[in-house]
Design a protein around this ligand. Structure first.
Ligand code: CA
Length: 221
């Protein structure tokens, strides 16, 4: 497993590199946007740890270009910018996680491990989580072994959650994926679909698997 670090500060970069080598990852370290793009052009990576303030550009622009060009590996943003708006912006651009600086090495290691693990499960054709099985090939869903009827929109919605277990997904991002449109989607419609999905898939009364994160979106736990 290979992790790319994009960080311009020498001391911090070295610290990150050591910390990830401890987790037995192969680590490549880029100090600028240009070096990061070169590294990705030369080999594949399993996860990226991305700083935002870089000498030749902004990490968010880099992330936007990667996602626009179909680069789909997990990205963890590491940044001193730490308002809710910053986080939502990063998540909307396709980051998988956001860790504010200063951070603890233990936490960084745990989050990178979980991203790499999640990425490995994305490559399977049957996704499983807590009694739900979603078959990406036959596009069918089972709950505790029994088939569940879902409309194609409900299925698409569930697939996004199954591919992003534990991750907080902004409403706008979910809506754009489901309705495949860059126009302003009426996100009230999303609430309608969420309540249908909850009705079909929640088994414990009063405790939803689909957690509402106020002001941001939903989290599948
Ligand atoms: Ca920096």
């Amino acid at each position: 497993m290979k992790v790319l670090i994009v960080e311009d500060q020498a001391r911090l970069g070295q610290f990150l590199k050591q910390g990830l080598i401890e987790c037995r990852y192969t680590v490549e370290w880029a100090r600028s946007c240009a070096e990061a793009n070169d590294a990705l052009a030369q080999s594949t990576v399993d996860a990226i740890v991305l700083d935002l303030g870089l000498p030749d550009g902004d990490g968010l622009d880099l992330l936007r270009r990667w996602r626009d060009s179909g680069f789909n590996e997990p990205v963890l943003i590491l940044s001193a910018r730490d308002t809710v708006e910053d986080r939502v912006k990063g998540l909307n651009l396709g980051a998988d996680d956001y860790l504010p600086k200063p951070f603890s090495l233990d936490e960084l290691q745990a989050r990178v491990r979980s991203l790499v693990r999640r990425q490995a499960s994305v490559k399977k054709s049957v996704l499983e989580h807590d009694g739900i099985e979603l078959d990406l090939l036959s596009r069918t869903v089972k709950l505790e072994g029994k088939p569940i009827e879902l409309t194609s929109r409900e299925y698409a919605l569930l697939e996004i959650f199954m591919q992003n277990q534990g991750r907080i997904l902004p409403r706008t991002m979910i809506a754009e994926k489901i309705w495949a449109s860059h126009y302003d989607v009426d996100t009230n419609l999303l609430d309608v679909y969420m309540s249908r999905l909850r009705a079909k898939l929640d088994v414990v009364p009063g405790k939803s698997r689909f957690k509402t994160v106020r002001g941001v979106g939903y989290q599948f736990t």
